[in-house]
Design a binder for this molecule. Structure first.
Ligand code: GTP
Ligand code: MG
Length: 149
């Protein structure tokens, strides 16, 4: 099954939104297969956001991501990469629909509380950047058969 990298950024952790955000992915039916709380170094943050290098907000973004604990996660499920982005909502919270995580819980683009991989290739790369292979679990749940036909 497909896997994606999801991270609750320092603002989401500080605002006490960990359980709220995990709950939304969990209730949808996705399976948590890896999780850890880490303070990334600035160098690590720069690697994570490497594709945005050169943008005017890049430095501030990397300072911010490395400013405190981040909850790094891998979620698994059919279509989780694309639909996970739908649950998260548009990058700028003023454009995020109500009902999405950013739409319901955030106001500004530089404090949009959550990250999600934007495609299959970035999902693979980000999971490999943030987690060692042995940190990724494979397990079954009794609900699996009630989620998939
Ligand atoms: P992520 O899931 O965090 O990768 O967000 P995204 O995929 O919706 O957006 P993108 O990858 O383009 O940008 C990464 C992050 O940079 C965003 O989540 C924002 O926090 C930040 N960002 C993007 N555009 C802007 C901007 O115009 N100004 C500022 N201050 N931050 C921005
Ligand atoms: Mg992105």
């Amino acid at each position: 099954l497909e896997r994606t990298f999801i991270a609750i950024k320092p603002d989401g952790v500080q605002r006490g939104l960990i359980s709220e955000i995990i709950s939304r992915f969990e209730r949808k039916g996705y399976k948590l297969v890896a999780v850890k709380l880490v303070v990334p170094t600035k160098e690590f943050a720069m690697q994570h956001y490497d594709d945005l290098k050169g943008r005017p907000f890049f430095n501030g973004l990397c300072d911010f991501l490395s400013s405190g604990p981040v909850l790094a996660m891998v979620w698994e499920g059919q279509g989780v990469i694309k639909y996970g982005r739908k649950l998260i909502g548009a990058t700028a919270p003023q454009n995020s629909e109500p009902g999405t995580i950013r739409g319901d819980l955030a106001i500004s683009v530089g404090r949009n509380i959550i990250h999600g991989s934007d495609g299959p290739e970035t999902a693979v790369a980000e999971i490999a950047l943030w987690f060692k292979p042995e940190e990724l679990l494979s397990y079954s749940k009794v609900t699996d058969k009630w989620l998939y036909e």
